[in-house]
Design a protein around this ligand. Structure first.
Ligand SMILES: Cc1cc2nc3c(=O)[nH]c(=O)nc-3n(C[C@H](O)[C@H](O)[C@H](O)COP(=O)(O)O)c2cc1C
Length: 182
């Protein structure tokens, strides 16, 4: 797949099954994450790969956090199952560093670029992925259990695997709706 085809056809695949990215595919996904724009060359990122039984440990973290933070029953009852929706999850974190020229928002944006880059790298290799966030990206207890600092930001959980269904999407937006000339 060439770069333009990738950019014009990338899509999310919410229904993901085994196999997970293999070691070679994962190595490329990791390298793609580290090529994103990075103001000040401070590399404000951390990535945690969750696969196999570690998904249960992540589910336990979700569960404990939802209970401790008094989420409603629906959130609590689903917590342990959420990480099982794909064979691999990469947790993407903006690892905040105080910097005179690079505000936190820019560090978060850079980490967000890394999520997209990883999804694109997966897609280009015939894999599927979906970027998810929700309550467990905001939970202070989840951050604490992942040994993150308060100003770090979980920018996304990138679910990765093999698309269960081959469902090509067509372009949904038209450029003229979003682009104008000054
Ligand atoms: C920051 C961010 C957070 C998202 N969080 C979720 C989420 O928690 N759950 C979800 O179903 N989709 C979420 N999405 C949307 C999907 O990743 C995806 O973009 C959407 O389903 C549209 O599919 P497409 O990428 O093929 O256009 C999020 C997207 C972004 C950019």
């Amino acid at each position: 797949m060439d770069a333009i085809e990738l950019l014009l056809t990338r899509q999310s695949d919410p229904r993901l099954i085994e196999p997970a990215p293999n070691d070679e595919q994962l190595a490329i996904i990791k390298q793609a994450a580290l090529r994103v724009p990075d103001h000040g060359c401070i590399a404000p990122w951390q990535f945690i790969v969750v696969t196999g039984e570690a998904r249960d440990r992540l589910g336990d973290i979700y569960y404990r956090s939802a209970v401790a933070e008094q989420q409603d029953d629906k959130v609590i009852s689903r917590a342990k199952q959420l990480p099982l929706r794909a064979p691999m999850i990469i947790i993407a974190i903006a690892k905040y560093q105080a910097h005179p020229k690079v505000p936190r928002i820019e560090q978060v944006q850079s980490a967000g670029c890394a999520v997209l880059a990883m999804q694109q790298a997966a897609f280009a290799q015939g894999l599927g992925g979906v970027w998810r966030t929700g309550y467990f990206a905001q939970s202070e207890q989840v951050k604490a259990e992942l040994n993150l600092d308060q100003l770090d930001e979980i920018v996304g959980y990138l679910y990765l695997g093999t698309p269960e269904i081959d469902c090509k999407k067509s372009a949904k937006h038209k450029p003229e709706q979003f682009f104008t000339n000054l």
